[in-house]
Design a protein around this ligand. Structure first.
Ligand code: IMP
Length: 199
């Protein structure tokens, strides 16, 4: 029988992406909703690792099943790595992203070239019922653009320009983004850890 693994997210898009990447593992991947869990988790950690662990540990304790969770965000070097772990909350959770993106572009006025460096960071945490816990971290490096470009993706995608692809992450197809993205790469690393540890 395949093992149950819960992914601690309410985000359907993330769950689909994760199902695709982990599809060759013999696991039954469930969202919190599918596992019958509804909780509001306070993410009061001071790093992506802490926040991902808080989410995974809370849900593992409620379900008794292996639980995965992610935490991600955008780091802009010129802004001392803001918005970082506050990426979703930057300027308020409900502020539209075209306003958040414009604010970041405006704060980089007069800043040129490599000084516009930024990255998306993703940390995946896994917590097992016996207490074993793991995290993986990956990034995708880019530069903050001068205007929003592209309609794919979500959030800060239209302002993160990836020089190697001559495109923002909002101009990449979902398939390409999944293979090169912070989340895709962190998940691939976690897949190897799961393969070694879930017996
Ligand atoms: P989380 O869902 O708590 O991990 O929040 C991550 C936040 O970081 C999102 O709400 C976005 O603002 C931002 N973010 C993370 N990954 C991406 C991405 O791939 N594209 C655009 N924005 C992202």
């Amino acid at each position: 029988m395949s093992k149950k693994v819960i992914f601690a997210t309410g985000n359907a898009g993330k769950l689909e992406e994760i199902k695709m990447i982990l599809s060759d593992l013999d696991i039954e991947l469930l969202s919190m909703k599918e596992a019958g869990i509804e909780v509001d988790i306070v993410e009061d950690g001071t790093s992506f690792e802490e926040n991902a662990m808080i989410k995974a540990k809370t849900i593992m304790e409620l379900t008794g099943e292996i639980t995965l969770a992610d935490d991600s965000g955008l780091e802009v070097d010129y802004l001392n790595k803001e918005p970082g772990i506050y990426s979703a909350r930057y300027m308020g959770e409900n502020t539209p992203y075209n306003i958040k993106n414009k604010s970041i572009i405006d704060r980089l006025e007069g800043v040129e070239g490599q000084d516009r460096s930024a990255r998306f960071v993703c940390v995946i945490a896994a917590v097992f019922p016996d207490g074993r816990a793991f995290t993986t971290r990956a990034t995708i490096e880019g530069l903050i653009g001068y205007e929003e470009k592209g309609d794919n993706g979500f959030g800060y995608d239209p302002i993160v320009y990836i020089p190697e692809y001559n495109a923002t992450t909002a101009q990449l197809t979902a398939q390409i983004k999944n293979t090169i993205s912070h989340r895709g790469k962190a998940l691939e690393q976690m897949k190897e850890i799961l393969k070694k540890n879930y017996n």
